[in-house]
Ligand binder design. Sequence first.
Ligand code: SAH
Length: 254
Amino acid sequence: MGKVYLVGAGPGDPELLTLKAVKVLHEADVVLYDRLISEEALHYTKPACKLVYVGKSDGKHTIPQEEINRLLVYYASTHEVVVRLKGGDPFVFGRGGEEALYLKRHGIPYEIVPGVSSLYSVPAYAGIPLTFRGIASSFAVITGHEATGKEKRVNWLAFREIDTLVILMGVRNRQRIAKELIASGRNPDEPVAFVERGTTPQQRVTVSTLKEVATEPPPVNPPAIMVVGEVVRLQKELSELLTNLKAEEVYHAR
Ligand code: SAH
């Protein structure tokens, strides 16, 4: 019986892989990986390692989760070291918890290898700190993708007092989210940033306001992180000498 490692691959920049991720990738006999994994991460595997793509695209599940769970159990019965490589951190909107529970219930030994989550690293590469003394002392991380059915609904009103909101999977619903946030009592002039494909050479930052996103949403493509809050005002100055990436920046209403 093999062992399954649920591994976070970080947000895209291969240098944000952890040493532990690189180590288990090197030992892996099979890697099951997602869409948002950088190709470079897979270069750390042995030539004989089997690579299995189980990617999903923004809401559309190419392979149902149940099938991925079954594949993990199957490969654990035929291979020694099985790596389930997931974008960012496996326990942040990655369904890593479900996979861990499934493995546990099937008696498969497993290990969690946390990764650098996109939730803070993508804003960081764009020059947006989630907290800042005197400006933001709290942040919340919310899913912007509320599929009908099983997904627990987000109560946007509950975040009224939170300074910075970090919304993942929110591109498609950005207009509705901005409307809900204004309706919850947030300032319509509050700045909003979208960081597309953060930490990769294709990173693109769009700065707007809640009002503008609610009325005429700027063009944004997934994957992107949506940041709502006064900290976004720091982005312009903080990104000036920031050398992580030479990113394209688009500014809208201020
Ligand atoms: N477990 C992941 C999140 C999975 S949900 C993590 O910890 O980062 C997928 C969402 O994450 C995307 O829809 C997007 O909102 C965000 N995301 C992941 N990687 C990203 C990147 N490189 N740039 C921008 N957003 C990213």
